[in-house]
Design a protein around this ligand. Structure first.
Ligand code: ADP
Ligand code: ADP
Length: 228
């Protein structure tokens, strides 16, 4: 990401939510982005996740410039390249864990037998092989979030992007999810976590802070290639 700016126009007022973000995230990175409310975290998350495009500056994801893509092209890139994990899990209550994890593969047109096999493997990876037929309401918060991590993994994305992934969890389940992220990263997964919780940020390999639309490295552990 180079010189990324994002301006929102609301009638007469313009808000500059991002004011020149330079950020390089390597393959295999585990980066946490922390910042207070209103600092631009969601805006940055939306751009990293190809949910929105910058007003100015460029963003290359896995070698492809996505900064000027249409809504349709972005949707395609999102499905192929990014696994999302949300604060509220965003699981479908009427579907089993297995069906929830299969969903991204349904959208990708993967045949049923392969879908099932890959979803089972993803659920096994997050330690839920014994819970595949449970519905979200029959699982704890930590287990539900593990299902959503399995759903994020199942497409084998270039990047796992987690937005306040522990915000709805108690301390025990938070630990579970952070351990899981640590394991996945050890196995080579690229993970970006957006959080306002300091202890969650500290678990990542690198930590950067966002204040008022600009990134600052957290001394002394961050060497994630941030500059401005
Ligand atoms: P955070 O996620 O850190 O709370 P946001 O990225 O949501 O920060 O917001 C950064 C700034 O941009 C804030 O001043 C916010 O009010 C403004 N902002 C965010 N989204 C919009 C929008 N859709 N329209 C206008 N202003 C917005
Ligand atoms: P919040 O933090 O407000 O609860 P979420 O974390 O659920 O919101 O979602 C963050 C953003 O991502 C929202 O703008 C939402 O519309 C979008 N979003 C949620 N789920 C998906 C999805 N499966 N695909 C693409 N965008 C999504």
């Amino acid at each position: 990401m180079t010189g990324v700016r994002k301006t929102y126009s609301t009638g007469v007022v313009e808000v500059e939510a991002l004011r020149g973000i330079d950020l390089e995230i390597d393959n295999g990175e585990y980066l946490a982005i922390m910042g207070p409310s209103g600092s631009g975290k969601s805006t940055l998350m939306h751009i990293i996740g190809c949910l929105d495009v910058p007003t100015a500056g460029s963003y290359l994801l896995d070698g492809t410039d996505v900064s000027k893509m249409s809504e349709k092209q972005l949707a395609e890139i999102r499905n192929r390249k990014i696994g999302f994990v949300f604060q509220q899990f965003n699981l479908l209550a009427s579907l089993t864990a297995l069906r929830n994890v299969e969903l991204p593969l349904v959208y990708a047109g993967v045949p049923a037998a392969e879908r099932r096999e890959r979803a089972m493997a993803a659920l096994d990876k997050v330690g839920l092989a014994q819970r595949v037929q449970h519905r979200p309401g029959e699982l704890s918060g930590g287990q539900q979030q593990r299902v959503s991590v399995a759903r994020a993994l199942v497409t084998d994305p270039a990047l796992i992007l987690a937005d306040e992934p522990t915000g709805a969890l108690d301390s025990h389940s938070t630990r579970e999810i952070l351990d899981l992220f640590g394991e996945l990263n050890e196995a080579g997964r690229t993970i970006v976590v957006i959080t306002h919780e300091a202890d969650v940020g500290q678990q990542a390999k690198h930590l950067v802070h966002i204040y008022d639309g600009l990134l600052r490295e957290a001394a002394p552990i961050a060497t994630a290639g941030v500059g401005r």
